[in-house]
Design a protein around this ligand. Sequence first.
Ligand code: C2E
Ligand code: CA
Ligand code: CA
Ligand code: CA
Length: 279
Amino acid sequence: AKREGKHQYRLFNDAMRDQLVQRMRIEEDLRSALELEQFELHLQPLVSFTARQVMGYEALIRWRHPQQGLLYPDAFIGVAEQSGLIREIGYRVIREACRLLRDEQALLGDGCMIAVNLSPAQFSDPELLSRIEATVLEHGIGRGRLELEITESVLMRDLDEAIGILNRVQALGIGIAIDDFGTGYSSLAYVKRLPINKLKIDRSFIQTLSWDRSDQMIVEAIIAMAHKLELEVVAEGVEDEDQYHRLEAYRCDIAQGYWMSRPQSLESLVGVPQKIAGM
Ligand code: C2E
Ligand code: CA
Ligand code: CA
Ligand code: CA
């Protein structure tokens, strides 16, 4: 048994070492990906329930890896966050979103906005505001065209400081959405204090919406509460017609999910807004 223990210990170390080597390799790859501009944004339509048309998009990062093909965030965002590289990657994302807003009006649809995800490491970057401001000014981005999605974990460290930053972001004409709402420490009292524009209800509540009575009540209550606080509500992960119609009955504002459209590369976005408007 003792021997076996030793053996297991060694295996464990091997596994840890492999993992470390793997992480270091990804980090190195990420650095050259930044240099070689291997990141791209895919856009997933946000559909207005009342207008029945695309009102904007969430930008989702993809990595066109030279050997491994198209990589999704799950494969690299963790390493990017731990290494701090997410800051630089994040600025690229914001820049590219601004470029799309400036140059691709016809493709996106008139007046559409783009939402980008902001990681906690970006949020605590002292350069955040000045760099975003410079990018927005450079591209001539009007009010309400760019939005930042943050998770509640960003707010947990120092709420007052976070509120200060969010106020300054909004003063630049940039909207704020709370992402994955319902999974964190979200309390309604707490949301009331925040300078935000939207709540995005987490996909886990939408998945069960057709049959889980308590999730139905929760989603309906979140929407009603958000409206009292003058916030718009986005439902994430809408995958079928039944979910869509329930959310519509609850007066949800915006739907996002595979049922309307998967995230699209820029090339494959052609005609998608028109198709959705005809749904
Ligand atoms: P998220 O912000 O919650 O983004 C929504 C995720 O749900 C996306 O996964 C999207 O493709 C997926 N999704 C959308 N509709 C459906 C649906 O109907 N069903 C299902 N099952 N999934 C749906 P993706 O693109 O793999 O992104 C995963 C996460 O990676 C994002 O979750 C976000 O946290 C992070 N991420 C993506 N892009 C960026 C970025 O530019 N910066 C940072 N910091 N994080 C990013
Ligand atoms: Ca998001
Ligand atoms: Ca989300
Ligand atoms: Ca999520």
